[in-house]
Design a protein around this ligand. Structure first.
Ligand SMILES: *Cc1c(COP(=O)(O)O)cnc(C)c1O
Length: 475
């Protein structure tokens, strides 16, 4: 499979090169040149297969030409061994036709592990094959950084530098990063906000000298390999219910449009489904876009579901590319308008097309906490605040008749409640417990550098510590 950029001028790449490059050189995102299809009989046969076997069948056509079937199977097997259940994404019944899909049984207790554990093995393999090294840099508000550090710790050909805002991630999130003492892991707390961290990372990517010197690479959800790996659990969820006639909908707590776009990938590959329910907190740019056809930036508001406190939903560009009949000129026009005026508008055909596949619902803070409280009271189940946003969307979709009663709704449970104890206490008065293997996280040794909010200081630190320059020393 070949990969093309949504902006039309970056070179076509193989799967391997797209996985290693992240953002395209023209500023666009890589997408497959065409959508591979699985036939209905094959999808029906997924019922009864293991998660790893389903992953191999779903991912093989995307990796063709770069990764053999045996290698793919090996990455998936190794990646999902780190999960505390072999089902990887087990379903829990919470109503007549309502289910949760628990995606938080990986090492850092959020769904980011599902793709990151796979990606680490894939990238390690590609670098071993090519004999090179790369330097990964990222900014995190908590979950992505934790998943990336846990996945890449100890990798021989990779240094990872992860920036987080000092004092603004939860203690569990911080310690999932800082207790990785391996010399290739470099955590940096920045005296600033998450936006400051992200601005520094963007500046370092624009510093072409540094970019080439360190072979900089990104692992957020603009990386195609990361998003496509998430398509697997839409298939496994439908297979577990044995529903192949389209009478299943998914409710997806959304920030960067990555996880829900993975649901769209599954649908383009032939998985029959009812609408994808796009669930946001009060940072609702995507819900507003579905309602008005206008994608318009607003202020970011801090909520109980911080991993969705986002305004620029990067992966939306991948959906628009298809909606615009894969015409890069239309993508460029929309993105220029967004950069210059903070807004772009969709025509009636485009918006109707999006609405045929997606329905958007927003949950405010009161609704989110009430949902956590009600589910706990009804079933003694603790849903984390991100998951609760998805449950509110599912409930509204039923109440408004958007999803019929005979259609199953699977809501994606994206994090373990123990990652967000303050919200859980606010909703239920109960502090959820961490799984036993994480009991000692609050007493383990930490390693973290502390730097001012200054891109030059971070660049200097990276040059001093990156193994690619022969500086393999630990912080
Ligand atoms: C990252 C994250 C989300 C949002 O996922 P996107 O792919 O950015 O839409 C939702 N819930 C949790 C717990 C997350 O960590």
């Amino acid at each position: 499979m070949r990969y093309i950029s949504t902006r039309g001028t970056a070179p076509e790449l193989s799967f391997a090169d797209a996985a290693l490059s992240g953002l395209a050189r023209d500023g666009g995102l890589y997408v497959p040149a065409s959508w591979p299809k699985l036939d209905a009989a094959e999808i029906e046969n997924f019922t009864g297969l293991s998660y790893v076997e389903i992953a191999c069948r779903v991912l093989a056509p995307f990796m063709e030409g770069s990764i053999s079937d045996a290698e793919l199977k090996d990455f998936a097997t190794q990646a999902y061994k780190t999960f505390s259940t072999p089902e990887v994404a087990p379903l829990v019944k919470i109503g007549d036709n309502d289910w949760l899909m628990e995606l938080f049984h990986g090492p850092t207790l959020a769904f980011k592990d599902v793709a990151m554990q796979f990606l680490a093995r894939l990238i390690d393999h590609l670098l071993q094959q090519r004999g090179g090294r790369i330097t990964i840099i990222g900014a995190t508000s908590g979950d992505t950084g934790a998943a990336a550090v846990q996945a890449f710790r100890g990798s021989e050909a990779i240094d990872i530098f992860m920036l987080h805002p000092k004092g603004r991630v939860s203690p569990v999130q911080r310690r999932q990063m800082t207790t990785a003492l391996e010399p290739n892991v470099h955590n940096i707390e920045i005296d600033g906000t998450f936006d400051d961290c992200q601005t520094i990372v963007k500046r370092l990517f624009q510093d072409l000298g540094l970019r080439d010197q360190l072979s900089l690479s990104g692992i957020n959800s603009i990386n195609w390999a990361r998003v496509v790996v998430q398509a697997v659990y839409y298939f496994s969820g439908a297979a577990a219910l044995g529903v192949t006639d389209g009478k299943v909908a998914f409710s997806v707590p959304t920030g960067n449009f990555g996880d829900i776009y993975a649901g769209y990938i599954a649908s383009r590959m032939g998985l029959k489904m009812d609408r994808l329910l796009l669930a946001t907190n009060v940072n609702d740019i995507l819900v507003r876009t579905l309602a008005s056809g206008r994608y318009e930036l607003n202020e970011v508001v801090a909520t109980h579901s911080p991993s969705m406190d986002i305004q620029i939903a990067s992966n939306f560009e991948r959906l628009l590319f298809d909606i615009f009949n894969r015409d890069p000129a239309r993508i460029n026009a929309a993105m220029t308008s967004l950069a210059e005026n903070g807004i772009f508008s969709l025509d009636d055909t485009a918006i109707a097309d999006i609405r045929s596949r997606f329905a958007g619902f927003r949950a405010d803070e009161t609704e989110t906490l009430a949902m956590i409280r009600d589910l706990h009271a009804r079933m003694n189940y603790q849903a984390d605040p991100h998951t609760a946003v998805g449950l509110v969307a599912a409930q509204k979709a039923r109440e408004q008749g958007v999803i019929a009663d005979d259609v199953s709704i699977i809501t994606l449970a994206t994090a373990h409640p123990a990652k967000f104890p303050d919200a859980m206490v606010a909703a239920t008065g109960i502090r959820p417990e961490l799984p036993a293997h994480m009991n000692d996280i609050h007493t383990r040794e930490e390693k973290c550098a502390s730097l001012p909010n200054d891109a030059d200081a971070v660049a200097a630190f990276m040059r001093n510590h990156a193994a690619i320059l022969g500086n393999g020393t630990s912080v």
